[in-house]
Design a protein around this ligand. Structure first.
Ligand code: GLN
Length: 547
């Protein structure tokens, strides 16, 4: 029997609902329960795929090719449970589904309304595609009181009623700010937020109160009294110096225990938190540090590279080093001198995913710097494409090498070493794209196999012949350039099984120079760092001893 835990937020956004959901899931999992996490996003985009990364943060891609909210990354990293398309939905997709059905005539002449048609669609989504998990933890994006959130709150209220309180729990995350002039923690915003929630018919049974210090018992009692719940169910969600501390703190504050009590479930066995403690110890007391330059174009919002940052942290923990990031906006790399000035002291250079022309010449300069100076280089998706353009221009004598992604009308004037993907194989099917299809949901997305060349560096790193990694791209290295680049020392060490799509390149005569067409960061876990990231940070550690 699946129990449903709904996590809503109030007072302000960015309190970390996603992390709260993920941490609770990890605690329940560690007590032996089977969990699944889901997110409902009230915005009107059909998915986050077409949103700018600096607005919304990274787009997290699942094995089945869904383009989802970055909170699903937290869910996967904290629980190891692979997310699916059925774990994230937006108001945009829900409305699209309802309207498409209306156009087909499926509603048999009824008037289509938010209640019940949209709310029914939300309820169906919450309860669909479950495999008998013990708990489904469902996070509602935004904060209570947002106009576009209303149908979602109404739907989960109804859902809770339908399944009954013995199978549904409402947890509300709020902020208890410390007002320094008064020297006090203030409970009023929490009271207001709960009132707002009550206004849409939801009485939370547990309050998670985010605070920068412990909330004294008297304040917790006050919140309990005004918000109509038991004192033990007002839990302090303390600010943490590392996200891996969050499950530990929650447990210490009794969060998971209260959840079990609510459902009348036994409080034993206790969760084994030693693996989390070990990570926290290493994160707090590393034995050294390495500096990695992240040369990207969305550097103004660090969430744009959330999974890359997490994967670097995991790899750092594996090597017991702190990974210091040096953020470099590729657009500022207008000259080689600037590149040298910015990158002279770093121990590794990572060029992550990206779209469009802006900043590309800077990324190409960074790739050249790394190749010539023998600094470890990790090119991810766009970063691989830039490294190939660089090699084509400066090693293979193709000064006009470029990508059709940003050649615009001048396609005839470039050597398209990177070109639009118009046909590829997915499983037993051939996928096709026309040059001017819609931008939303049309990239090559999700997990695809790649075969690694025996004896190559990546073959050694992965320790296997066939790998499965997640993709999200519209353009691809032109396989026709393989022989020419290999003659110049760039090895195509990973290819799609049909041999048509270059998936990995490396430079054997370099300490560590690897470009991958996929996004390995999406599969890195704190307890299972991704082999490529681990190896890259290992190379950076070696580099740090040289400079
Ligand atoms: N813009 C490139 C493409 O579409 C790279 C995409 C990415 O880095 N995810 O192929």
């Amino acid at each position: 029997m699946t129990r449903f835990i709904f996590i809503t937020g109030g007072v302000v956004s960015s309190l970390g609902k996603g992390l709260a959901a993920a941490a609770l899931a990890a605690l329940l999992q560690s007590r032996g329960y089977c969990v699944r996490l889901r997110k409902l996003d009230p915005y009107l985009n059909v998915d986050p795929g077409t949103m700018s990364p600096v607005q919304h943060g990274e787009v997290f891609v699942t094995d089945d090719g869904a383009e989802t909210d970055l909170d699903l990354g937290h869910y996967e990293r904290f629980t190891g449970v692979p997310a699916r398309q059925s774990d994230n939905i937006t108001a945009g997709r829900l409305y699209l589904n309802v309207i498409n059905r209306e156009r087909r005539g499926d509603y048999l002449g009824a008037t289509i309304q938010v209640i019940p048609h949209v709310t029914d669609e939300i309820k169906a989504f919450v309860g669909a595609d479950l495999d008998g998990e013990d708990f489904l933890i469902c996070e509602i994006g935004g904060t209570v009181g947002d106009i576009e959130g209303l149908p979602f709150f109404e739907a989960i209220r109804q859902f809770g009623n339908d399944v009954g309180p013995e199978r549904a729990l409402f947890v509300h995350l709020t902020l208890v700010p410390f007002i320094s002039s008064a020297g006090e923690l203030k409970t009023k915003p929490t009271q207001h937020s709960v009132k707002e929630l009550l206004g849409v018919g939801i009485q939370p049974a547990i309050l998670l109160c985010r605070a920068d210090r412990a909330i004294p018992a008297a304040e917790r009692r006050k919140i309990a009294l005004f918000c109509n719940l038991r004192g033990e169910r007002v839990i302090t969600a303390l600010d943490a110096d590392t996200i891996y501390q969050v499950p530990i703190s929650y447990h210490e504050q009794g969060f998971d225990t209260e959840v079990l009590r609510y459902f009348g479930l036994p409080e034993t066995p206790k969760p084994d938190l030693e693996p989390w403690r070990a990570i926290v110890r290493t994160a707090r007391h590393p034995e050294g540090s390495v500096t990695i330059a992240l040369v990207g174009k969305y550097t103004s919002l660090h969430d744009s590279y959330k999974s890359v940052l997490e994967a670097l942290t995991h790899a750092g923990i594996a090597h017991k080093v702190r990974v210091e990031l040096q953020w470099a906006d590729a657009e500022t790399f207008e000259t080689d001198e600037r590149v040298v000035r910015a990158l002279a002291d770093v121990h590794g250079i990572l060029v992550p995913g990206g779209f469009g022309q802006r900043g590309t010449e800077g990324m190409i300069r960074a790739a050249r710097f790394a190749r010539e100076r023998k600094v470890p280089y990790f090119g991810i998706c766009f970063g691989m494409q830039m490294a190939v353009i660089e090699a084509a221009r400066h090693l293979a004598g193709m000064p006009n090498a470029g990508s059709t992604e940003f050649a615009g009308d001048q396609c005839a004037e470039i050597d398209p070493v990177v070109g639009l993907l118009t046909e590829w194989v997915r499983g037993n099917e051939v996928e096709r794209r026309e040059p001017h299809t819609d931008l939303g949901g049309t990239m090559r997305r999700g997990a695809y196999p790649a075969d690694l060349v025996p004896g190559s560096k990546v073959h050694e790193i992965y320790g296997s012949h066939r790998i499965y990694e997640r993709h999200r791209h519209r353009y691809e290295i032109n396989i026709g350039i393989k022989r020419r680049l290999e003659a110049c020392g760039v090895r195509f060490s990973g290819l799609s099984p049909d041999g048509e799509l270059p998936e990995i390149i490396e430079i054997p005569d370099h300490p560590w120079f690897i470009g991958v067409q996929f996004h390995p960061e999406l599969k890195s876990r704190p307890f299972e760092p991704h082999p490529l990231f681990k190896s890259f940070i290992g190379a950076a550690v070696v580099q740090s001893r040289l400079v």
